[in-house]
Design a protein around this ligand. Structure first.
Ligand code: HEC
Length: 485
């Protein structure tokens, strides 16, 4: 359903737009600027901004928030949301509501690029806001309460042990334990976190258990270390065991230089193969898109990797016989893969962040190409905005895609018993939109998407507990439990 948001053009957004267009004659009134929205607006500098403000904003609102005409900056579209659809709308108009525009191709491209760009800044999020709702949440298939189990300092990922305890990684380099719903004061000691990192300072990221953990005790971590050879990081997949609250039997399985200190999610399949994501956002990449590392089989970035539980490359990986190719590559052309999960049938799913639109959930197939940065439903963060190519022969299409980007993060299939009507549903967290999506799938297609929570905090990890409840971990440090009401 299309959301009309005429009422949104309130003081805050108007102040934002006026600030962005300082060259225009000043309006004869006092503008009250809300602190959270007065920041540089990258979209305003695009060539399409001027055309939009003079030709379109009268109906679609400043920054396309919607007024008499529909919003062009949210996820709801009547006539299709690809670049081609938007271009067609501009050229053809909608008689009698919107006249057709006789623009040059360059002007149409500029407008499309501008509309894509305003998506990014539409939702102004204060990172410090953490709201855990007290009221019962009524959703389509379940009523639930949100409970705070524990609070952490910059946590990243969690996993439940067979005995019901939870292990939680804190990016500063600690591994914590929650037992019987309580955070133990003592962290696991002796994790080789390496030298302190610049930038986001993330040292430990993700955690996974060996499928035979009950027998062998192997715990897998991804660790980001500083790169002595230059900029960026070294991403490392390691395993070890916990004995008497200490990390022991440490082994490094994989390491590679990367520009991303936020991906490296791991999941095991039923046969005991370890799958790991390594992202490639391309934010500082200046070469031709078709030569990007994500499309280069010799480079681990922008890939889903598959390895034996000890890090060796399986002989049946898809590119083992291509000279120069990295033997661990399972699929390629990925952007920032922040989520990976197997469904109950053993199909591998992956979620990734796009750029200005183009967040997606994919089914991961052996040897397949996912296109980034040549093929995407988003826009590249290029200096020259270009109309994106959403489809191409030989490139996999996402099962779910979002524009604008909620910044989707981790995901989990619900297979618990506490919420019978959630069985088999895919839950995907979102950081920018601070939301949790429930996706109902049928024959590997999305049939329903529901936002079961919004505005809580940046959701970083999602998982199902041994009690059948759904658990969330947020960037603000909350470990939350969704329990039946
Ligand atoms: C006179 C008012 C008016 C103006 C001016 C106008 N539009 Fe529209 N536009 C509309 C209305 C109303 C619709 C919805 C039409 C419908 O669904 O029947 C629309 C629809 C659209 C859509 C499709 C939205 C969707 O949800 O699929 C796009 C894209 C669009 N306009 C872009 C533009 C651009 C770009 C400009 C400036 C070059 C512009 N419009 C100028 C009124 C206007």
């Amino acid at each position: 359903m299309k959301r009309w948001v005429a009422g949104l053009a309130g003081a805050g957004l108007l102040a934002f737009a006026a600030g962005a267009n300082a060259a225009e004659p000043a309006a004869a009134r006092t503008i009250v600027r809300a602190p959270s929205v007065v920041k540089p607006d990258p979209a305003a500098a695009l060539p399409g901004a001027k055309i939009f403000n003079t030709q379109c904003a009268g109906c679609h609102g400043l920054r396309a928030v919607g007024a008499e005409g529909p919003s062009l900056s949210d996820e709801y579209w009547i006539h299709g949301r690809t670049d081609a659809d938007i271009a067609k709308a501009i050229r053809g108009g909608f008689d009698p509501k919107m006249a057709a525009f006789d623009f040059t191709d360059a002007q149409v491209n500029d407008l499309v690029a501008y509309i894509r760009a305003v998506f990014v800044a539409t939702l102004v999020v204060d990172r410090s806001v953490q709201t855990v709702p007290n009221e019962i949440q009524h959703t389509e298939a379940a009523d639930f309460r949100v409970e705070t189990v524990a609070k952490f300092a910059a946590p990243y990922a969690f996993v439940f042990l067979p005995d019901g305890r939870a292990l939680i990684t804190e990016t500063a380099g600690t591994l914590r334990v929650v037992e019987n719903g309580k955070l133990l004061p003592q962290a696991i000691e002796g994790i080789p976190i390496g030298t302190p990192l610049q930038g986001p300072g993330r040292r430990i990221l993700n955690i996974a258990l060996h499928p035979d953990y009950a027998k062998n005790g192997w715990i897998y971590l991804t660790i980001a270390d500083s790169n002595p050879a230059g900029r960026g990081f070294i991403m490392r997949a390691v395993r070890g065991k916990i004995k008497d609250s200490r990390w022991t039997d440490h082994q490094v399985l994989f390491e590679a230089p990367t520009g991303e200190a936020s991906t490296a999610r791991m999941a095991f399949d039923r046969d005991g193969y370890l799958f790991m994501t390594l992202g490639f956002s391309g934010n500082i990449y200046a070469g031709p898109p078709e030569d990007a590392p994500s499309l280069d089989l010799a480079d681990p970035n922008g890939k889903v990797l598959r390895m034996h539980d000890d890090g060796r490359a399986p002989a049946d990986n898809p590119f083992v016989n291509i000279p120069g190719a990295l033997k661990l590559v399972w699929s390629y052309g990925h952007r920032q893969s922040l989520g990976i999960a197997f469904d109950s049938k053993g199909t591998l799913w992956e979620s990734e962040n796009g750029a200005r639109g183009g967040d997606e959930v994919n089914i991961i197939k052996k040897g397949a190409n996912y296109g980034w940065p040549v093929v995407t439903w988003g826009h590249r963060y290029d200096s020259i905005p270009r109309v994106a190519m959403p489809e191409m022969e030989g490139v996999e299409q996402p099962v779910v895609s979002w524009a604008p980007s909620p910044a989707v993060s981790a995901m989990a299939f619900y297979e618990g018993s506490a919420f019978p009507r959630w069985k088999g549903n895919l839950f995907v967290g979102a950081m920018k939109y601070r939301a949790l999506y429930r996706i109902v799938l049928k024959d590997n297609r999305q049939v329903l998407q529901e936002e079961v929570l919004r505005g809580i905090d940046r959701v970083r990890d999602v998982g199902v507990g041994p009690d059948g409840c759904l658990y969330l971990l947020t960037d603000g440090g909350l470990f939350l439990r969704l329990a039946p009401a």
